[in-house]
Design a binder for this molecule. Structure first.
Ligand code: COA
Length: 257
């Protein structure tokens, strides 16, 4: 299948499993508008096939996705503008989407994994919302997603501390469905996904709709609320300092302004 610019697309006719690979390994698959749009285009292409399950994974050895592309991030990147196409498209996509996480899964990357229906992680993976270290909050509804999935204390701990957490912790808190030993990861994911793809397709689609309906209520309002919070933070001196400190590879000094 033809690839689109920043993603690789594969479809296995026998199982009905389609795979989208985020393909910017040089920046640990950091999300920019292009990558997000390409995920959507990739899923649309897969939908033309007899797709039973879609898998999203990251290229390279190190990351699923290290979050928003900090290089392309500035105070004119309002949350609305940078509202990632993929984050809204994946939950609406009729076929189940599995995030296959092997390595860093941070910020907008974690939000993308959370937009997926199921999350499978290798034991070496690391999760986190580092936005607070830049003086921001996750801009695509991450705090709200985690609050619904794992409760407010887990969401606040992740987003306020801004530190990486282990795959084991993520599984204990319900952030991921399963963690597999790294040397068995490919095989275990394959078994899981192939089984899912063999289930009655219409029932599986209906189950996705049902579960999505249950968490849908208030989501649009919640995301608008987060977008406003995010946009307010983008104009602060703290964010300017956080972004400068990241690119200068030093600790930020936040003044609360
Ligand atoms: N945006 C843009 N580029 C990124 C990136 C991001 N979110 N995350 C990593 N990269 C780039 C690095 O700048 C580096 O590029 P270079 O080789 O041209 O210098 C490359 O990816 C490899 O990352 P590096 O930092 O060298 O790898 P590491 O193993 O030492 O550290 C991380 C990995 C994930 C801990 C670290 O890259 C990091 O903290 N990234 C930022 C995560 C973040 O804050 N995301 C949320 C943004 S809101």
């Amino acid at each position: 299948m033809d690839d689109v610019e920043t993603v690789l697309i594969e479809f296995d006719e026998e199982s009905g499993v389609g795979t989208i690979t985020l393909n910017r390994p040089e920046s640990l698959n950091a999300l920019n508008d292009q990558l997000s749009r390409d995920v959507v285009r990739g899923l649309q292409r897969l939908e033309e096939e007899e797709l039973r399950v879609a898998v999203i994974e990251g290229a390279g050895e190190k990351a699923f996705c290290a979050g928003a592309d900090i290089g392309g991030f500035s105070s004119d990147s309002s949350a609305e503008r940078s509202e990632r196409a993929a984050h809204t498209f994946v939950p609406e996509f009729p076929v189940p989407v599995v995030a296959k996480i092997d390595g860093y899964c941070l910020g907008g990357g974690l939000e993308l994994a959370l937009a997926c229906d199921l999350r499978l992680a290798s034991a070496d993976s690391e999760f986190g919302f580092p936005e607070v270290n830049l003086g921001l909050l996750p801009g695509a509804g991450g705090v709200q997603f985690v609050t619904k999935l794992c409760g407010p204390a887990t969401a606040m701990e992740l987003a306020m501390r801004g530190e990486h957490v282990s795959a084991e912790w993520a599984a204990e808190e319900g952030l991921v469905n399963h963690v597999y030993p790294t040397d068995e990861f490919e095989e275990q994911v394959d078994t899981f996904v192939t089984h899912l793809a063999g289930q009655a397709p219409l029932a599986v689609r209906a189950i996705k709709k049902s579960a999505r309906m249950a968490v849908q209520s208030g989501r649009a309002e919640g995301r608008r609320y987060d977008r406003q919070l995010f946009d307010d933070l983008l104009t602060t001196e703290d964010f300017a300092e956080g972004a400068a400190a990241f690119s200068e590879n030093r600790e930020p000094e936040f003044e609360g302004r």
